[in-house]
Design a protein around this ligand. Sequence first.
Ligand SMILES: C[S@@+](CC[C@H](N)C(=O)[O-])C[C@H]1O[C@@H](n2cnc3c(N)ncnc32)[C@H](O)[C@@H]1O
Length: 302
Amino acid sequence: MRFSVPHPIPYQGSKRRLAKAILSHVPESSFTRLVEPFAGSAAVTLAAAAQGRFPSYLIGDALEPLMGLWNAILTAPEEIARQYGILWHSERAQPVDAFYKIRAQFNTDRAPAKLLYLLARCVKNSVRFNPAGEFNQSPDKRRKGTHPDTMREEILAAHHLLAGKCRAVHGDFLQLIRKARGGDLFYLDPPYQGTSDGRDQRYIAGLSRARIIEGLELLNEKSIPFILSYDGSCGKKSYGTPLPDHIGKRLLLDVGRSSQATLNGRRDVTVESLYVSHLLPVTDQRSVLSLNDFAEQAALFV
Ligand SMILES: C[S@@+](CC[C@H](N)C(=O)[O-])C[C@H]1O[C@@H](n2cnc3c(N)ncnc32)[C@H](O)[C@@H]1O
């Protein structure tokens, strides 16, 4: 019997480690659907399904081949695992060269299995696109990427958790918000401000703070509760401008030591802010922050 939550898509920025803490802010009640419009590897959806928290799930993302990959996991898991295995083994015969060949093919055909292979094999498992929309991340020369046997197990386990209960769609997050219905709870994890505004356009689509506020105001107007992960702080460095108070309550999650800080021998601890809709009760009052407390509190974690 499997006790760990499956996580088939290696994805930088995954909420795998935080999923349990995030879900602890979801009251046990009668929500009918969890909607995750910035799904990525859908770590929170997978953790919620492993806990049997919602009868149904809807995941979306602006990256089309990623949602193609999710659809393959939901409907044809053996086939996507088989295709991944072929790609992974082709690189054993032709180390690194095969990576660049598959990357070039992916930039033409956008095949979901190739995206899975590239994510598993590239530096920091991180999607990076150039201004022309081409995947341009380099291979990780020290690691081989998830072994196909392990990948198959992760894919099948995710399939068993979600098949028949989950729909995966490609598109902008606002489309899902516009279609929100009573009984939904939204979990949103948009790209960090630091990675969306300005020069660091790592994801296929950047996202302004104004559009996020527009989406959350729409959820509030429709009385749809949400939880949002948005920006954080590492050591004394804080990322991003907080959202206005009327949007929701701001809580602080202790994420632990950042891997970069560990490498540099520093004691910095990363904290991440979580905005919880005013429609949801706060389980731990001590974690509620006013905007001015934030920097001070973040420093206490160091
Ligand atoms: C921080 S990642 C989410 C990570 C996710 N929580 C996980 O556990 O893997 C943000 C995601 O938002 C997607 N994205 C960026 N802009 C978007 C938009 N306008 N609408 C929907 N998705 C978007 C990116 O492709 C990326 O997968």
